[in-house]
Design a protein. Structure first.
Length: 494
């Protein structure tokens, strides 16, 4: 009986668990509770993944109200892929957070941190699993509002400004999204994604539907930080507590990309978006601009977290590049890069958390000689950096290779060449950090610096193991990504 309600438990469990952290009112107890919930959600996600891969699409009716009247949780290959990604990152970051959060957040606020953390976790899971466009908005706001609070909890006063900018830009994005939802409802009388996929073609040639598509894409582009709608992201990642940077960088923008996939391929359909409206060239252009412009901006950064933030904007460009091809290979490359980039950025931001834990800074100039003083931490940075560049045997190579294949299939040699060329910019900004850490002498008279606690090191090396494992044996992730791509391109399965 319980197994049949796992889709509901996936969201309800962290949602109900969040306020319990307030009741616990103790840092370590709140962390232990969050850890238990994260592992439980991870187990549920794996169970749902196994069911979908073996049995097919799962449709769960909330309150036993049948869709489209009731809210539906709908699980296919794409949605369970996101559930596994979010819960995996959740488990890893929660483990890392114990020492990191105690270092960076005032003790009296730590139980509030885990309350907001579980709310953000629940919101992201809800966006991934729901089959209702208004319900997506509800979970989007839950995750966003808690993310604003999480960012502002840093001791750095600049975090308040970063959080406020994120709030303003995020509110604009959410407003555009809900206007789009309202226009869709006006045209079809439905909010259910599967039902919309059936009803929209009959009214597709109307100003209302065209305006809805425009509002939805712009709103979601703000949320996923597509260049040039990315201005909220660099400061949000740079000044947030380290655990928050790692979690949001690996999940929030990725879930927003997933919602974009649903809007484009499931609700409106590939023929309408890329045929009738011909949005492929626009998405392609913005993706390529992001790949190069954001990487170029990363090179000039003095703070490594800001450097990694601009790198994230560039990597969003790669994901959107795969989407712009509107082919199975391109979409598979984009989806698998979504997963691979989450592993890489989670690893790199946790590395910066370890660095901050010991030297109270993430500026490049303050990392002189860290390669010798924190060898395991900096080795993880080098591995993550190599994967970001796309070196063979790492996950970054797999997804970039797939994107190049998609470009070749589309007959575009120019775009195929642009992918490794933009990766050369990653070589430059990663090398800047490596050069200072390994080839610059340590400051004279500086006290001995040692590695961060083991509880912070283990999650980093779990991510490193994932970078190598899924880079060498990519069969599983590529298979799930390809099945998700085929499902999205093939339309909704009723």
């Amino acid at each position: 009986m319980l197994l049949s309600h796992l889709p509901a438990l996936q969201v309800v469990l962290p949602l109900i668990a969040a306020p319990i952290c307030l009741v616990l009112h103790h840092a370590r107890l709140a962390w232990a509770w969050a850890m238990l919930i994260s592992w439980s959600a991870f187990g549920i996600a794996l169970s749902l993944l196994n069911r979908v891969l073996s049995e097919g699409v799962i449709s769960y009716h909330i309150g036993k109200w049948a869709p489209p009247w009731g809210i539906e949780y709908r699980l296919d290959e794409a949605s369970v892929f996101m559930l596994v990604l979010v819960t995996t990152i959740g488990v890893v970051v929660t483990t890392f957070a114990k020492e990191s959060v105690e270092k960076e957040i005032v003790k009296e606020k730590i139980h509030l941190f885990y309350t907001c953390y579980l709310l953000c976790f629940a919101g992201l899971l809800g966006m991934s699993i729901t089959g209702d466009v208004f319900n997506i908005f509800v979970f989007l706001e839950i995750s966003s509002l808690s993310a604003y609070a999480l960012i502002s909890m840093s001791d750095d006063r600049r975090a308040l400004t970063a959080s406020f900018r994120y709030l303003v830009m995020g509110t604009v994005g959410a407003t555009f999204y809900i206007i789009g939802v309202g226009l869709i409802y006006m045209a079809t009388g439905s909010l259910n994604i599967a039902d919309l996929a059936v009803k929209l073609p009959a009214v597709a040639d109307t100003q209302t539907v065209r305006a809805a598509l425009a509002f939805l894409i712009v709103g979601l582009s703000l949320k996923l930080a597509l260049f040039p709608l990315h201005s909220w992201l660099p400061n949000a990642y740079a000044y947030a507590p380290s655990a928050v940077s790692a979690f949001i960088a690996a999940t929030a923008t990725k879930v927003a990309v997933y919602v974009m996939l649903r809007v484009i391929f499931t609700i409106f359909g590939v023929s309408y978006v890329f045929g009738t409206m011909n949005l492929g060239p626009a998405i392609l252009s913005l993706a390529i601009m992001g790949m190069f412009a954001a990487s170029a901006m990363a090179i000039s950064q003095k703070n490594v977290k800001r450097l990694l933030a601009y790198s994230s904007i560039a990597q969003i460009g790669y994901i959107m590049l795969g989407i712009s091809f509107a082919t199975v290979t391109g979409l598979s490359g984009g989806i698998v890069h979504l997963f691979n980039h989450a592993l890489i950025k989670c690893c790199l931001f946790m590395v910066m958390g370890c660095v901050f834990f010991r030297i109270n800074s993430t500026d490049i100039k303050d990392m002189a000689g860290l390669g010798k003083r924190m060898p395991f931490t900096m080795a993880a940075f080098v591995i993550g950096g190599l994967s970001l560049i796309g070196v063979p045997s790492t996950v970054g190579f797999i997804s970039k290779w797939y994107l190049m294949q998609a470009a070749f299939e589309a007959g575009s040699w120019v775009i195929a060449i642009m992918i490794p060329l933009s990766s050369l910019l990653a070589v430059v900004y990663i090398w800047r950090v490596v050069e200072v850490a390994y080839f610059s002498p340590s400051p004279d008279g500086e006290t001995a610096i040692k590695e961060a606690p083991v509880s912070m090191q283990i999650p980093i090396w779990v991510m490193v193991a994932g970078i190598f494992y899924f880079g060498i044996n990519a069969e599983f992730t590529l298979d799930v990504a390809r099945r998700a791509a085929e499902s999205l391109l093939g339309g909704i399965v009723l």
